[in-house]
Design a protein around this ligand. Structure first.
Ligand code: CA
Ligand code: CA
Length: 384
């Protein structure tokens, strides 16, 4: 049995509902015109429908700690959604809603860490620790990590001080140190690449950071694992959602077999349904001459391509699970076939759930992702 009760609360923490109620209460003290009466009737009807919808959905999550302690585990360099997701995390931190404790990387190329440090530095947080692995998984540079080396007039276009992955922390060591220092049951992890680091974490022995072996340390400190992988709707294309799993299948299997906290999966179909509007890339990042998010996007998939927001959805859920951006499936168990295809079986007390999305939610999610990813740094590039 998994402790979903601590993070699920069927009727709790619905900010839109609170806003509606507040609107109603404040409007009660004024005399009604016929127009406001009609508005009130419509509002009541909408509210009634909303309550019914919430009651029908037994899988509304409660609010995590504010700010949410967050670890971002990414294969940054293999697609531009990791970069938009990282920018979005900085916006969420600027709003006081999350705290990025560490970034751990599963793309095994020496420029992945410098590029990550460049993005963090752009947002005024170049001090955030970065961990890398030695896995041989996707060892190519990728289409945009080399932005970390671009110079203009003898200076880095995107300043940073981590010049190679060889200078970064070892991912498992950083994960163990970060978790050991966190409050019990507080940390959310967004895994938006391969499972390499988290599988190695599970198998890690006691060390100077903690007397607990990896799985016990995770069980004690982690609240939620938000994963981008798999596909949970029927899809004729069996390859859909496989990438993050098959690139390191033994690691994915390890996490599926023995991860000890609730997991919420964002399947391939979710990010595909809420693709990033390319107009935003062209219009919303021009507040600086060079923007690492927009430039990475253009290098990876130039407009007019609307890139799916796979990794962004896992971050949005990890930080705002209570806001109704998504519905959750019933509890159950994910299993992996030999080719890495993920299947889900409902099971009472199961560890796994997956994200679901209707058309109204999709419109809200796209707008949130656009606004968060393109939010300017609040520190004007100065270190926090
Ligand atoms: Ca740095
Ligand atoms: Ca990714």
């Amino acid at each position: 049995m998994f402790d979903w009760l601590s993070i699920m609360n069927p009727m709790g923490g619905q900010p839109p509902l609170r806003v509606l109620l507040r609107c109603q209460l404040t409007s009660c003290s004024t005399p009604l015109s016929s127009e406001s009466f009609i508005v009130r009737v419509l509002l009541n009807a909408f509210l009634c429908g909303y309550l019914c919808a919430v009651a029908a959905n037994t899988a509304v999550a409660s609010e995590p700690p504010r700010p949410t302690p967050l670890i971002f585990d990414t294969d940054i360099g293999n697609d531009c959604d990791d970069v938009l997701a990282l920018g979005m995390i900085h916006a969420l931190q600027s709003r006081g809603d999350c705290e990025l404790l560490a970034v751990t990387i599963t793309k095994d190329h020496e420029l992945a860490a410098p590029f990550t440090d460049a993005v963090n530095t752009f947002y005024g947080r170049g001090h955030i620790p970065i961990g890398v692995c030695d896995s041989g998984v996707t060892p190519d540079a990728g289409r945009f990590n080399a932005l970390a080396r671009v110079e203009e007039n003898g200076r880095l276009r995107y300043p940073h001080d981590l010049n190679s992955g060889e200078q970064a922390f070892a991912a498992v060591d950083l994960l163990r140190k970060t978790l050991a220092a966190a409050e019990d049951g507080s940390v959310s992890i967004a895994q938006v690449g391969f499972s390499t680091n988290l599988a190695n974490l599970l198998e890690s022995p006691a060390d100077e950071h903690s007397s607990l072996p990896g799985r016990e340390l995770v069980k004690k400190k982690v609240r939620l694992l938000s994963v981008m992988a798999g596909t949970f709707v029927p899809d004729k294309n069996r390859q859909a959602g496989l990438y993050n799993i098959v690139k390191d299948l033994p690691a994915a299997q390890k996490v599926v077999d023995s991860w000890p906290t609730p997991i919420v999966w964002s399947g391939y179909e979710i990010g595909k349904a809420v693709a990033y509007p390319h107009e935003s890339v062209e219009e919303d990042y021009n507040y600086v001459e060079h923007h690492p998010l927009a430039e990475a996007y253009v290098r990876f998939s130039p407009p007019p391509h609307n890139r799916p927001t796979w990794d962004l959805t896992s971050v949005l859920y990890a930080v705002y699970p209570q806001r109704g951006y998504f519905d959750l499936s019933p509890a159950g168990q994910v299993t992996l076939a030999e080719d890495g295809f993920a299947s889900f079986e409902p099971a009472e007390g199961g560890r796994d759930r997956f994200l679901q999305l209707n058309e109204v939610q999709a419109a809200r999610v796209v707008e949130s992702l656009v606004q968060l990813a393109s939010q300017p740094p609040c520190t004007s590039g100065k270190e926090e």
